[in-house]
Design a protein around this ligand. Structure first.
Ligand code: GLU
Length: 302
């Protein structure tokens, strides 16, 4: 099935062919074996694989020994990686991608331990073995690849701006829009690095979490938040009267699953899952981002 929709704003031609062959794990099934509420799951979903063998994967061996999988995530990014503190439920596109991978490895929701890890601490958490893999708006970069590996990409977006509903900031193309203004982003993220390196005249503020930036934006302490548009759209939907997303995307961010370096068996397993997953990716997209206005197709893996 060829998907033809393009990512708004940057015209990325990431055409991907989804193989319709089902693999022996994480295959389409009736809803929902991931511990979620069956009534909210799409009709095409994944099941927990049994008798999984992943010979030569030290990370998988560690999971089996522990009887659980430990996944690094975000929990303050609506629609992507979010923890509802009132219900204690996790939801979002990245969370369901993380669950899909876990299910393909034979782990159900009760056997997943989620660890919230901020942008700046991801590589170290993987290198230290604190998590088995990371799924959370994690851009594949050469610098990060010096320390870890990435499966994917499984999603492509790009950098944008979130501003106050009444702001006249429009775009980074007009840097004078930012005269005397402060832009906030997360420490250790690609967007903050991009601003510091390529737009050194723009004043910056940094926090561990984007939600802290959004809070400051709403309180008038900063004038804009910059990060991936997919993240910003989630905040704009949460605070529609206070903030808005502006401008065209001005980078390409390709999201990967962060993995311990050298575990090629696990990397190949996840890439095969993405490639041979049938309509699962689309079901996960539709469930979490279908009404967001984001138009993107599943990218081919590297
Ligand atoms: N995708 C960018 C990155 O990996 C920004 C989002 C984030 O910080 O998670 O740095």
């Amino acid at each position: 099935m060829r998907r033809t929709r393009t990512l708004a704003g940057i015209g990325i031609a990431a055409t991907a062919l989804l193989a319709l062959t089902a693999c022996n794990s994480g295959t389409p099934s009736e809803p929902a074996t991931d511990g979620g509420d069956a009534s909210t799951e799409p009709s095409t979903w994944f099941e927990v694989a049994s008798d999984v063998q992943l010979e030569g994967s030290p990370t998988f061996d560690k999971m089996v020994d522990a009887g659980k999988v430990t996944i690094g995530v975000k929990e303050d990014q609506p629609n992507l990686g979010y923890l509802d503190v009132t219900t204690n439920e996790r939801a979002g596109f990245d969370i369901d991608i993380a669950r899909w991978i876990a299910a393909s490895l034979g782990f159900d929701e009760e056997q997943i331990e989620y660890k919230p890890i901020a942008s700046a601490n991801r590589e170290q958490a993987i290198v230290n073995g604190d998590i088995d893999y990371y799924v959370g708006t994690y851009s594949i970069t050469d610098k990060r690849k010096e320390q870890i590996d990435f499966a994917g990409p499984y999603f492509i977006t790009g950098q944008g701006f979130l501003v106050g509903a009444d702001s006249d900031i429009t775009d980074v193309k007009d840097v004078s829009d930012f005269d005397g203004k402060t832009v906030c982003s997360a420490t250790g993220s690609t967007p903050i690095q991009n601003i510091k390196e390529n737009y050194p005249d723009i004043k910056t503020e940094e926090y561990d979490l984007y939600s802290a930036c959004v809070e400051d934006l709403i309180n008038g302490k900063v004038d804009a938040v910059t990060t991936d548009q997919a993240i910003l759209i989630g905040y704009a939907a949460k605070y529609p009267d206070e903030v808005k997303v502006v401008g065209d995307l001005f980078t390409e961010e390709r999201y990967g699953v962060g993995l311990p370096k050298g575990d090629t068996v696990l990397l190949d397993h996840i890439n095969t899952l993405f490639t041979d997953g049938g309509d699962i990716w689309q079901a996960i997209f539709d469930k979490n981002l279908g009404s967001s206005g984001i138009e993107v197709e599943q990218p081919a893996v590297d």
